[in-house]
Design a binder for this molecule. Structure first.
Ligand code: HEC
Length: 142
């Protein structure tokens, strides 16, 4: 009974491999739920040049590897994960700052969470920086 067992193992392996290949990243769920309270949370950090600069620094450490230095998400990883272009003003126009804060803190779809890696103020700085990306290229030309 060794041969059938081997055949079965091979069959399982092959079907596992092919199913793994077919697995595409989940479609972007623009409205995946953010708790209402979190979405309504006002941004306590003003979008000053200092805040944006601080956000930019953290972005360089924790976000640029996927979203690219400019936020246009043209990295190889971005293509694989279908990462959205952060400079596209349409992307976040329906998001509140509270929603962005929640998404950055907890992750979203294929995006990992920042969790407790940074302080809340720094996460708000990041929110301010991400907002500034869409403002800089109003036509999202590329
Ligand atoms: C591992 C790669 C990866 C890293 C690192 C990453 N992201 Fe993302 N990001 C993604 C993917 C994938 C999506 C699309 C996920 C989705 O919306 O379902 C996304 C979506 C987003 C969105 C859009 C969310 C929305 O409203 O739909 C924003 C804003 C964003 N990322 C900002 C950031 C910031 C800021 C950081 C750094 C703290 C970061 N990302 C780090 C992969 C990444």
């Amino acid at each position: 009974m060794r041969k059938p067992a081997l055949a079965l193992t091979l069959f399982l392996l092959v079907s596992f491999l092919s199913s793994a290949q077919e697995t595409k990243p989940a479609p972007r769920t623009t409205y995946s739920p953010v708790p209402v309270n979190a979405a309504r949370e006002p941004n306590p950090v003003k979008s000053t040049p200092e805040s944006i600069a601080e956000g930019k620094k953290i972005y360089g450490y924790d976000c640029a590897q996927c979203h690219g230095d400019t936020g246009q998400s043209k990295t190889d990883v971005a293509k694989k994960l279908e990462i959205p272009d952060l400079t596209n003003p349409a992307l976040l126009k329906n998001r509140t700052d509270g929603e962005l804060f929640y998404i950055l803190k907890n992750g979203h779809g294929g995006m990992p969470s920042e969790g407790d890696r940074v302080k809340p103020e720094q996460l708000w700085d990041l929110v301010n920086y991400v907002r500034s990306l869409a403002r800089k290229q109003p036509t999202a030309a590329h």
